[in-house]
Design a protein around this ligand. Structure first.
Ligand code: AMP
Length: 195
């Protein structure tokens, strides 16, 4: 049972890597961004509310996001472990995650930090905009998302670092290379996904 978080700026490749690592460990990759996008597509109340923030490149309010994650982590598949992608993103979310885990008598094994510099991620996000037409991948919104990340999320890396949980990996390289580096970083901490 492995409990992981992956953190890094938008465009660092978190989603792709999260799916690969989660597969290896036999745990669900839980992306709050994907859950929000699914709700937007299905026009649920949560989706309608979240869309306003997402389109502007801002974070969905903590109370909505926290409730969503609490409920998702309560589903049976998450009892085997999980990889959270895109959560927590604020100090309030860190506190909530600590509480959820404490309520279940468990704790995080590691926080994967995917490093990527600003210019590289902007180029990647613009490329993705052209391919996928995501409504929050326009250049203005991308810059806002990077600023919001720097202001609200980057500091969480230090907080988790103080707990000795950070596995830092360079996010520049092929998907396979970066994936191997993440697996090596986790293995160095004794995390192999094998029981
Ligand atoms: P992502 O796919 O992770 O880049 O998320 C896309 C958008 O969903 C973000 O720009 C936010 O508007 C929203 N979102 C995803 N995760 C969170 C979170 N943990 N807290 C607040 N908003 C989030």
């Amino acid at each position: 049972m492995t409990r992981l978080v992956i953190i890094g700026p938008p465009g660092a490749g978190k989603g792709t890597q999260a799916r690969g690592i989660a597969d290896r460990f036999g745990i669900p990759a839980i992306s709050t961004g994907d859950i929000f996008r699914e709700n937007v597509a299905n026009k649920t109340d949560l989706g309608l509310e979240a869309k306003r923030y997402m389109d502007a490149g801002q974070y969905v309010p903590d109370d909505l996001t926290n409730a969503l994650v609490r409920s998702r982590l309560g589903e049976p598949d998450a009892s085997r472990g999980f990889l959270l992608d895109g959560y927590p993103r604020t100090t309030d979310q860190v506190r909530e995650l600590d509480e959820i885990l404490a309520d279940n008598g468990v704790s995080l094994d590691a926080v994967i930090e995917l490093e990527a510099d600003q210019e590289v991620v902007i180029q990647r996000l613009l490329g993705r905009a052209a391919e996928q037409g995501r409504s929050d991948d326009t250049e203005d919104v991308i810059r806002t998302r990077l600023q919001v990340y720097a202001k609200q999320t980057a500091g969480l890396i230090d907080a988790y670092g103080e707990r000795g949980l950070i596995v830092a990996v360079n996010g520049i390289g092929s998907v396979a290379e970066v994936g191997e580096n993440i697996l090596a970083g986790l293995a160095a901490r004794g995390l192999t996904g094998e029981v």
